[in-house]
Ligand binder design. Sequence first.
Ligand code: HEC
Ligand code: HEC
Length: 284
Amino acid sequence: MLIAAAGLACARPDAPAATRDSHTPPGPPSLRGPSDSLIPEGPLGAAIGRGRALLAATRESLPDHVGNGLRCVSCHLDAGRRQTGSWVGVYARYPQYRARSATVETIQDRVNDCFRRSMNGAPLATDSPDMRDIVAYLWFLSRDVPIAAPQGANRLQKWAALKSDTVAGAAVFATACAKCHGPDGQGTQIAPPVWGPKSFNVGAGMARVRTAAAFIRDNMPFDQPGTLSDQQAFDVAAYMDSRQRPDFPDKINDWPNGDAPPDVAYPTRAAQRNGTRVPRGRSP
Ligand code: HEC
Ligand code: HEC
Protein backbone atom coordinates (compact mmCIF):
# COMPACT_ATOMS: atom_id res chain seq x y z
CA MET A 1 0.00 0.00 0.00
CA LEU A 2 2.79 2.33 1.01
CA ILE A 3 4.52 1.64 -2.30
CA ALA A 4 1.42 2.36 -4.37
CA ALA A 5 0.88 5.61 -2.51
CA ALA A 6 4.48 6.64 -3.08
CA GLY A 7 4.09 5.86 -6.78
CA LEU A 8 1.04 8.08 -7.00
CA ALA A 9 2.83 10.88 -5.20
CA CYS A 10 5.64 10.67 -7.74
CA ALA A 11 3.22 11.23 -10.59
CA ARG A 12 1.91 14.47 -9.10
CA PRO A 13 3.54 17.58 -10.51
CA ASP A 14 4.19 18.90 -7.00
CA ALA A 15 6.08 15.77 -5.94
CA PRO A 16 9.57 16.57 -4.70
CA ALA A 17 12.11 16.13 -7.49
CA ALA A 18 14.16 13.73 -5.37
CA THR A 19 11.39 11.13 -5.43
CA ARG A 20 11.15 11.06 -9.24
CA ASP A 21 13.04 8.37 -11.06
CA SER A 22 14.55 9.16 -14.44
CA HIS A 23 14.36 5.50 -15.53
CA THR A 24 10.60 5.39 -15.19
CA PRO A 25 8.74 6.55 -18.30
CA PRO A 26 5.71 8.83 -17.87
CA GLY A 27 2.20 7.43 -17.59
CA PRO A 28 -0.09 6.11 -14.88
CA PRO A 29 1.95 4.19 -12.28
CA SER A 30 0.00 0.98 -12.85
CA LEU A 31 1.00 0.92 -16.52
CA ARG A 32 4.65 1.87 -16.29
CA GLY A 33 5.50 -0.46 -13.41
CA PRO A 34 7.60 0.07 -10.31
CA SER A 35 10.58 2.37 -10.24
CA ASP A 36 13.98 0.67 -10.66
CA SER A 37 14.95 2.18 -7.32
CA LEU A 38 12.71 -0.45 -5.69
CA ILE A 39 14.93 -3.32 -6.88
CA PRO A 40 16.17 -4.73 -3.57
CA GLU A 41 19.80 -5.13 -2.54
CA GLY A 42 21.28 -8.62 -2.32
CA PRO A 43 20.76 -11.88 -4.22
CA LEU A 44 17.16 -11.17 -5.25
CA GLY A 45 18.11 -7.80 -6.68
CA ALA A 46 21.03 -9.42 -8.50
CA ALA A 47 18.68 -11.99 -10.08
CA ILE A 48 16.26 -9.25 -11.16
CA GLY A 49 19.10 -7.21 -12.66
CA ARG A 50 20.54 -10.24 -14.42
CA GLY A 51 17.11 -11.12 -15.82
CA ARG A 52 16.72 -7.62 -17.21
CA ALA A 53 20.19 -7.85 -18.79
CA LEU A 54 19.29 -11.16 -20.49
CA LEU A 55 16.15 -9.61 -21.94
CA ALA A 56 18.17 -6.69 -23.34
CA ALA A 57 21.27 -8.58 -24.55
CA THR A 58 19.51 -11.83 -25.43
CA ARG A 59 21.58 -12.96 -28.41
CA GLU A 60 24.93 -12.14 -26.81
CA SER A 61 24.01 -13.86 -23.53
CA LEU A 62 22.06 -16.86 -24.84
CA PRO A 63 23.39 -17.54 -28.36
CA ASP A 64 22.14 -21.14 -28.37
CA HIS A 65 18.58 -19.96 -27.79
CA VAL A 66 18.27 -17.13 -30.30
CA GLY A 67 17.98 -17.85 -34.02
CA ASN A 68 17.51 -14.34 -35.37
CA GLY A 69 18.59 -10.72 -35.10
CA LEU A 70 16.16 -9.71 -32.33
CA ARG A 71 16.30 -9.31 -28.59
CA CYS A 72 13.37 -9.58 -26.21
CA VAL A 73 13.12 -5.83 -25.75
CA SER A 74 12.94 -5.27 -29.54
CA CYS A 75 9.17 -5.78 -29.15
CA HIS A 76 8.79 -5.28 -25.39
CA LEU A 77 10.11 -1.73 -25.51
CA ASP A 78 11.51 0.24 -22.55
CA ALA A 79 12.56 -3.02 -20.89
CA GLY A 80 8.93 -4.15 -20.93
CA ARG A 81 7.42 -0.95 -19.51
CA ARG A 82 5.93 0.41 -22.77
CA GLN A 83 2.15 0.01 -22.77
CA THR A 84 1.77 -1.98 -26.01
CA GLY A 85 4.00 -5.02 -25.48
CA SER A 86 4.09 -4.46 -21.72
CA TRP A 87 5.33 -6.94 -19.15
CA VAL A 88 3.99 -4.88 -16.27
CA GLY A 89 1.68 -7.22 -14.34
CA VAL A 90 2.52 -10.21 -16.51
CA TYR A 91 3.54 -12.38 -13.55
CA ALA A 92 0.04 -11.94 -12.13
CA ARG A 93 -1.62 -13.16 -15.37
CA TYR A 94 -0.06 -16.66 -15.29
CA PRO A 95 -0.81 -19.57 -15.12
CA GLN A 96 -3.23 -18.90 -17.94
CA TYR A 97 -5.24 -21.03 -20.36
CA ARG A 98 -4.14 -20.29 -23.91
CA ALA A 99 -6.17 -21.38 -26.89
CA ARG A 100 -3.08 -21.49 -29.14
CA SER A 101 -1.71 -24.47 -27.21
CA ALA A 102 -5.04 -25.46 -25.59
CA THR A 103 -3.16 -25.88 -22.31
CA VAL A 104 -2.72 -23.98 -19.08
CA GLU A 105 0.65 -22.26 -19.53
CA THR A 106 2.97 -21.12 -16.79
CA ILE A 107 4.94 -17.93 -17.19
CA GLN A 108 7.96 -20.07 -18.10
CA ASP A 109 5.96 -21.65 -20.93
CA ARG A 110 5.03 -18.19 -22.16
CA VAL A 111 8.63 -16.96 -22.08
CA ASN A 112 9.61 -20.04 -24.08
CA ASP A 113 6.86 -19.36 -26.64
CA CYS A 114 8.66 -16.12 -27.47
CA PHE A 115 12.04 -17.89 -27.57
CA ARG A 116 10.71 -20.43 -30.08
CA ARG A 117 8.67 -18.07 -32.24
CA SER A 118 9.58 -14.40 -31.82
CA MET A 119 13.28 -15.24 -31.41
CA ASN A 120 13.11 -18.19 -33.85
CA GLY A 121 15.22 -20.05 -31.29
CA ALA A 122 15.21 -22.79 -28.69
CA PRO A 123 13.46 -22.82 -25.30
CA LEU A 124 15.30 -22.44 -22.00
CA ALA A 125 15.17 -25.24 -19.44
CA THR A 126 12.41 -24.14 -17.08
CA ASP A 127 14.63 -24.86 -14.06
CA SER A 128 17.69 -23.03 -15.43
CA PRO A 129 19.23 -20.00 -13.69
CA ASP A 130 18.60 -17.97 -16.87
CA MET A 131 14.87 -18.69 -16.77
CA ARG A 132 14.81 -18.04 -13.03
CA ASP A 133 16.35 -14.61 -13.46
CA ILE A 134 14.07 -13.66 -16.37
CA VAL A 135 11.08 -14.65 -14.24
CA ALA A 136 12.52 -12.66 -11.32
CA TYR A 137 12.53 -9.52 -13.48
CA LEU A 138 8.98 -10.16 -14.74
CA TRP A 139 7.93 -10.71 -11.12
CA PHE A 140 9.53 -7.41 -10.11
CA LEU A 141 7.73 -5.54 -12.92
CA SER A 142 4.45 -7.01 -11.65
CA ARG A 143 4.87 -5.80 -8.10
CA ASP A 144 1.59 -4.56 -6.59
CA VAL A 145 -0.47 -5.84 -9.55
CA PRO A 146 -3.19 -8.16 -8.20
CA ILE A 147 -3.45 -11.67 -9.60
CA ALA A 148 -6.30 -11.67 -12.11
CA ALA A 149 -7.54 -13.40 -15.22
CA PRO A 150 -6.13 -11.81 -18.40
CA GLN A 151 -8.25 -9.56 -20.60
CA GLY A 152 -9.75 -11.29 -23.61
CA ALA A 153 -8.56 -10.87 -27.18
CA ASN A 154 -11.19 -8.16 -27.70
CA ARG A 155 -8.58 -5.45 -27.67
CA LEU A 156 -7.59 -6.47 -31.22
CA GLN A 157 -11.20 -6.34 -32.36
CA LYS A 158 -11.02 -2.76 -33.66
CA TRP A 159 -8.84 -3.96 -36.55
CA ALA A 160 -11.61 -6.27 -37.82
CA ALA A 161 -13.38 -3.24 -39.33
CA LEU A 162 -10.40 -2.38 -41.56
CA LYS A 163 -9.38 -3.89 -44.88
CA SER A 164 -5.65 -4.06 -45.52
CA ASP A 165 -3.88 -2.90 -48.67
CA THR A 166 -0.35 -4.24 -49.01
CA VAL A 167 0.47 -1.91 -51.91
CA ALA A 168 -0.35 1.09 -49.72
CA GLY A 169 1.56 -0.68 -46.92
CA ALA A 170 4.68 -0.92 -49.08
CA ALA A 171 4.50 2.84 -49.64
CA VAL A 172 4.18 3.48 -45.90
CA PHE A 173 7.15 1.21 -45.30
CA ALA A 174 9.30 3.08 -47.83
CA THR A 175 8.56 6.48 -46.34
CA ALA A 176 8.23 5.74 -42.61
CA CYS A 177 10.23 2.58 -41.85
CA ALA A 178 12.93 1.82 -44.42
CA LYS A 179 15.40 4.42 -43.15
CA CYS A 180 15.84 2.39 -39.95
CA HIS A 181 14.76 -1.17 -40.83
CA GLY A 182 16.35 -1.12 -44.30
CA PRO A 183 14.67 -1.02 -47.73
CA ASP A 184 14.34 -4.81 -47.75
CA GLY A 185 13.29 -5.10 -44.11
CA GLN A 186 16.63 -6.74 -43.36
CA GLY A 187 17.55 -4.41 -40.51
CA THR A 188 20.38 -1.88 -40.10
CA GLN A 189 22.75 -0.82 -37.36
CA ILE A 190 19.95 1.11 -35.67
CA ALA A 191 16.97 -1.23 -36.01
CA PRO A 192 16.44 -5.00 -36.26
CA PRO A 193 15.02 -6.95 -39.22
CA VAL A 194 11.25 -6.98 -39.77
CA TRP A 195 11.31 -9.77 -42.33
CA GLY A 196 13.82 -12.13 -43.99
CA PRO A 197 15.93 -14.92 -42.46
CA LYS A 198 16.91 -12.95 -39.32
CA SER A 199 13.35 -11.95 -38.38
CA PHE A 200 10.66 -13.49 -36.14
CA ASN A 201 9.15 -16.67 -37.60
CA VAL A 202 5.70 -17.24 -39.07
CA GLY A 203 4.43 -18.65 -35.75
CA ALA A 204 5.19 -15.44 -33.82
CA GLY A 205 2.48 -13.11 -32.53
CA MET A 206 4.04 -10.31 -34.58
CA ALA A 207 3.34 -12.36 -37.73
CA ARG A 208 -0.37 -11.79 -37.09
CA VAL A 209 -1.57 -8.66 -38.83
CA ARG A 210 -3.73 -7.35 -35.98
CA THR A 211 -1.06 -7.86 -33.34
CA ALA A 212 1.54 -6.22 -35.56
CA ALA A 213 -0.80 -3.33 -36.42
CA ALA A 214 -1.40 -2.58 -32.73
CA PHE A 215 2.35 -2.63 -31.98
CA ILE A 216 3.20 -0.44 -34.98
CA ARG A 217 0.33 1.99 -34.39
CA ASP A 218 1.43 2.65 -30.82
CA ASN A 219 5.22 2.28 -31.03
CA MET A 220 6.48 2.98 -34.57
CA PRO A 221 8.10 4.89 -36.20
CA PHE A 222 10.41 4.58 -33.19
CA ASP A 223 11.29 8.29 -33.25
CA GLN A 224 7.70 9.46 -33.92
CA PRO A 225 5.30 6.96 -32.32
CA GLY A 226 1.59 7.63 -32.76
CA THR A 227 1.97 9.50 -36.06
CA LEU A 228 0.52 6.75 -38.28
CA SER A 229 -3.25 6.44 -38.75
CA ASP A 230 -4.90 3.11 -37.91
CA GLN A 231 -5.21 2.44 -41.64
CA GLN A 232 -1.54 3.16 -42.31
CA ALA A 233 -0.48 0.93 -39.40
CA PHE A 234 -2.77 -1.85 -40.61
CA ASP A 235 -1.52 -1.59 -44.21
CA VAL A 236 2.15 -1.60 -43.26
CA ALA A 237 1.56 -4.50 -40.84
CA ALA A 238 -0.11 -6.49 -43.63
CA TYR A 239 2.77 -5.67 -45.98
CA MET A 240 5.40 -6.61 -43.39
CA ASP A 241 3.66 -9.88 -42.53
CA SER A 242 3.28 -10.82 -46.20
CA ARG A 243 7.07 -10.87 -46.66
CA GLN A 244 9.26 -13.97 -46.40
CA ARG A 245 10.38 -15.06 -42.93
CA PRO A 246 11.55 -18.26 -41.20
CA ASP A 247 9.01 -21.07 -41.01
CA PHE A 248 7.77 -22.59 -37.75
CA PRO A 249 6.93 -26.23 -38.58
CA ASP A 250 5.11 -26.77 -35.26
CA LYS A 251 2.51 -24.21 -36.29
CA ILE A 252 0.38 -27.03 -37.68
CA ASN A 253 -0.39 -28.02 -34.06
CA ASP A 254 -1.54 -24.54 -33.00
CA TRP A 255 -5.14 -23.92 -31.89
CA PRO A 256 -5.85 -27.67 -31.70
CA ASN A 257 -9.50 -26.92 -30.92
CA GLY A 258 -9.90 -25.12 -34.24
CA ASP A 259 -10.43 -21.69 -32.68
CA ALA A 260 -7.62 -19.76 -34.38
CA PRO A 261 -8.25 -16.00 -34.67
CA PRO A 262 -8.97 -14.70 -38.19
CA ASP A 263 -5.57 -13.01 -38.67
CA VAL A 264 -3.65 -16.28 -38.36
CA ALA A 265 -2.22 -16.72 -41.84
CA TYR A 266 -1.43 -20.44 -41.77
CA PRO A 267 -3.50 -23.61 -41.84
CA THR A 268 -3.61 -25.72 -38.68
CA ARG A 269 -4.33 -29.41 -38.42
CA ALA A 270 -7.49 -28.75 -36.42
CA ALA A 271 -8.83 -26.30 -39.00
CA GLN A 272 -8.14 -28.77 -41.82
CA ARG A 273 -9.81 -31.55 -39.87
CA ASN A 274 -12.89 -29.52 -39.05
CA GLY A 275 -13.16 -27.93 -42.44
CA THR A 276 -13.93 -24.75 -40.54
CA ARG A 277 -11.92 -21.62 -40.04
CA VAL A 278 -9.50 -22.22 -42.89
CA PRO A 279 -7.59 -18.94 -42.99
CA ARG A 280 -8.49 -16.84 -45.99
CA GLY A 281 -5.01 -15.42 -46.40
CA ARG A 282 -3.11 -12.69 -44.71
CA SER A 283 -5.71 -9.93 -44.85
CA PRO A 284 -8.32 -10.49 -42.18
C1 HEC B 1 9.00 -10.06 -32.59
C2 HEC B 1 8.47 -9.44 -31.39
C3 HEC B 1 8.73 -10.12 -30.05
C4 HEC B 1 9.93 -10.49 -29.50
C5 HEC B 1 11.30 -10.35 -30.09
C6 HEC B 1 9.62 -11.06 -28.20
N1 HEC B 1 8.28 -11.02 -27.99
FE1 HEC B 1 7.32 -11.59 -26.28
N2 HEC B 1 5.55 -11.12 -27.13
C7 HEC B 1 5.37 -10.58 -28.39
C8 HEC B 1 3.96 -10.43 -28.65
C9 HEC B 1 3.36 -9.85 -29.93
C10 HEC B 1 3.29 -10.88 -27.50
C11 HEC B 1 1.78 -10.94 -27.27
C12 HEC B 1 1.41 -9.66 -26.64
C13 HEC B 1 -0.02 -9.60 -26.32
O1 HEC B 1 -0.69 -10.63 -26.28
O2 HEC B 1 -0.44 -8.47 -26.09
C14 HEC B 1 4.32 -11.30 -26.57
C15 HEC B 1 4.04 -11.79 -25.28
C16 HEC B 1 5.01 -12.10 -24.35
C17 HEC B 1 4.73 -12.46 -22.98
C18 HEC B 1 3.34 -12.59 -22.35
C19 HEC B 1 2.76 -11.23 -22.10
C20 HEC B 1 1.39 -11.28 -21.48
O3 HEC B 1 0.94 -10.24 -21.01
O4 HEC B 1 0.75 -12.34 -21.44
C21 HEC B 1 5.93 -12.69 -22.36
C22 HEC B 1 6.18 -13.10 -20.92
C23 HEC B 1 6.96 -12.46 -23.37
N3 HEC B 1 6.36 -12.09 -24.54
C24 HEC B 1 8.30 -12.61 -23.15
C25 HEC B 1 9.26 -12.47 -24.14
C26 HEC B 1 10.64 -12.82 -23.94
C27 HEC B 1 11.24 -13.34 -22.67
C28 HEC B 1 11.28 -12.56 -25.13
C29 HEC B 1 12.70 -12.86 -25.49
C30 HEC B 1 13.12 -14.25 -25.28
C31 HEC B 1 10.28 -12.03 -26.05
N4 HEC B 1 9.08 -12.01 -25.42
C32 HEC B 1 10.56 -11.61 -27.34
C33 HEC B 1 6.36 -10.22 -29.27
C34 HEC B 1 7.71 -10.45 -29.09
C1 HEC C 1 13.97 5.86 -36.16
C2 HEC C 1 14.18 4.48 -36.50
C3 HEC C 1 12.95 3.61 -36.71
C4 HEC C 1 11.88 3.83 -37.57
C5 HEC C 1 11.67 5.01 -38.51
C6 HEC C 1 11.02 2.67 -37.43
N1 HEC C 1 11.53 1.80 -36.51
FE1 HEC C 1 10.72 0.00 -35.97
N2 HEC C 1 12.16 -0.20 -34.55
C7 HEC C 1 13.18 0.69 -34.31
C8 HEC C 1 13.90 0.27 -33.14
C9 HEC C 1 15.12 0.99 -32.56
C10 HEC C 1 13.25 -0.88 -32.65
C11 HEC C 1 13.59 -1.67 -31.39
C12 HEC C 1 14.95 -2.24 -31.50
C13 HEC C 1 15.47 -2.89 -30.26
O1 HEC C 1 15.34 -2.35 -29.17
O2 HEC C 1 16.04 -3.99 -30.40
C14 HEC C 1 12.16 -1.16 -33.59
C15 HEC C 1 11.32 -2.27 -33.49
C16 HEC C 1 10.38 -2.61 -34.46
C17 HEC C 1 9.65 -3.85 -34.51
C18 HEC C 1 9.79 -5.02 -33.54
C19 HEC C 1 11.11 -5.71 -33.72
C20 HEC C 1 11.31 -6.33 -35.08
O3 HEC C 1 12.26 -5.92 -35.76
O4 HEC C 1 10.49 -7.15 -35.52
C21 HEC C 1 8.82 -3.78 -35.58
C22 HEC C 1 7.84 -4.85 -36.03
C23 HEC C 1 9.00 -2.50 -36.19
N3 HEC C 1 9.96 -1.81 -35.48
C24 HEC C 1 8.31 -2.05 -37.29
C25 HEC C 1 8.43 -0.76 -37.80
C26 HEC C 1 7.58 -0.21 -38.85
C27 HEC C 1 6.49 -0.97 -39.56
C28 HEC C 1 8.00 1.07 -39.06
C29 HEC C 1 7.39 2.09 -39.99
C30 HEC C 1 6.01 2.44 -39.73
C31 HEC C 1 9.12 1.31 -38.17
N4 HEC C 1 9.33 0.20 -37.42
C32 HEC C 1 9.84 2.50 -38.14
C33 HEC C 1 13.50 1.79 -35.08
C34 HEC C 1 12.70 2.34 -36.05
